[in-house]
Design a binder for this molecule. Structure first.
Ligand SMILES: [Zn+2]
Length: 109
């Protein structure tokens, strides 16, 4: 991946499927943060339905990282947020997002 185009294509395909079509998600190229061990990260403002999706160097690399799975994980964070499942501990939310990213990918990736 050389540009953010695949990320935009991903969002176009998956936001409606996850009922997130009304969210405005800005994609940020964070390749400059070369030392980051994070692949991608999402921040959001629920009341505005605005999110920022940061794409770190590993997401661009032609390595074994499963880009679709990673991006699905980030979108599931928005799904969880919309449900306002604040009872979940952070680690639990991460596991939930991993699980649903895997399920969704197998269903429609
Ligand atoms: Zn996560």
């Amino acid at each position: 991946m050389k540009t953010l185009k695949p990320v935009h294509s991903f969002l176009k395909a998956w936001q409606p499927r996850l009922l997130l079509a009304d969210w405005h998600i800005r994609v940020v190229d964070s390749r400059a943060e070369a030392s980051s061990s994070t692949i991608a990260h999402i921040t959001f403002e629920l009341s505005e339905k605005e999110a920022i999706l940061y794409c770190y160097p590993m997401l661009f690399g032609e390595n074994r990282i499963d880009r679709t799975r990673t991006l699905l994980h980030e979108l599931v964070h928005l799904v969880v947020t919309e449900l306002e499942v604040k009872l979940l501990a952070d680690a639990m939310e991460e596991r939930l997002c991993d699980r649903f990213a895997k399920i969704l990918q197998e269903l429609g990736g």
